[in-house]
Design a protein around this ligand. Structure first.
Ligand SMILES: [Zn+2]
Ligand SMILES: [Zn+2]
Length: 289
């Protein structure tokens, strides 16, 4: 009889468990509860330079991850990695991550050539001047706008690979480059180019940042002036008005170099080196150019 009692109690518990298990609402609530605890953590590196990873994921996600890691671990083995399957699985997970990063790197805007590596977290815009020679290794030095100094091509490559960072590398800024478009509207890539060439408003002595300026068509669009970096000049709102509504005039001597004529006949040469007052008795009329 005693054995029967225990049997009944056990049976009751199993039935209760079964009811719970097959009570869809209860089960769903429980699934939600556990789902809310999903996480994926990578601990701080240990003294030996390793990290412990632990997490909780949806079973299907876990299955996919397992499949991917296994497939890659097997591939590593076929490629001659003779470490154990466990070790290869660990390496494989890291490779998956790196592949994801490099996939991001492959994203290049076909129109501008701008390469964007995206990841959540920090966002850094580096205007790095590189040339074909930099990329082929003939000239290992690029120049970084933000730091103002030269940087090694290898450093640029490292930046591109830095995780948790969004890096935008603008391609070769060839200031002589002519890339006119038909429209009057100025594409962003032209804007960027002009702002890198002319850091501030190009009115004599003005220091308003080019990024806050209008871009003026040096030769009016209506008079055949192209929408092209060579014909676009940053002018702050005030000086844009001065050029449009007063007798101040200028001519682009060459991109980045402007000759201004004031209403009272004085001449100023504005170039990347700054503003120079030209002492000349001869009246240089921009219209002569
Ligand atoms: Zn042009
Ligand atoms: Zn200005």
């Amino acid at each position: 009889a005693a054995v029967d009692d225990v049997g009944w109690k056990q049976l009751e518990r199993l039935v209760a468990e079964a009811v719970l298990r097959f009570d869809p609402e209860r089960a769903e609530a429980e699934r939600q509860r556990v789902s809310d605890h999903r996480h994926f953590d990578i601990d701080e590196p240990s003294d030996t330079g390793h990290v412990v990873i632990h997490g909780l994921m949806d079973a299907a996600d876990g299955h996919d991850l397992d499949e991917a890691v296994t497939r890659r671990a097997i591939l590593l083995g076929k490629c001659g990695d003779d470490s154990s399957m466990d070790v290869r699985r660990s390496k494989a997970a890291a490779e998956l991550a790196r592949q994801d990063l490099s996939l991001d790197l492959l994203f290049a805007d076909s129109e501008t050539g701008e390469v964007i590596a995206t990841a959540p977290g920090r966002k850094v815009t580096l205007n790095v001047h590189v040339t074909d020679a930099t990329l082929t290794g003939d000239n290992p030095v690029a120049r970084c706008e933000e730091t103002g100094g030269p940087v090694l091509a290898s450093q640029v490559k490292e930046w591109l690979q830095a995780p948790r960072t969004t890096v935008i590398v603008r391609p070769v800024i060839d200031l002589a480059d002519c890339v006119p478009v038909d429209s009057y509207e100025i594409p962003d890539r032209h804007r960027a180019r002009v702002q890198l060439r002319d850091h501030t408003c190009r009115f004599p002595g003005c220091t308003v940042k080019a990024t806050r300026c209008d871009l003026d068509h040096s030769v009016e669009h209506a008079r055949g002036g192209p929408t092209c970096p060579c014909n676009l000049v940053p002018l702050c709102r005030r000086h844009h008005r001065a050029k449009t509504f007063s007798l101040w005039r200028y001519v682009t001597v060459q991109p980045g170099h402007y000759l201004w004529l004031s209403p009272n006949g004085r001449h100023f040469l504005v170039s990347p080196k700054g503003t120079k007052v030209l002492a000349t008795s001869r009246r240089l009329d921009p219209d002569d150019y």
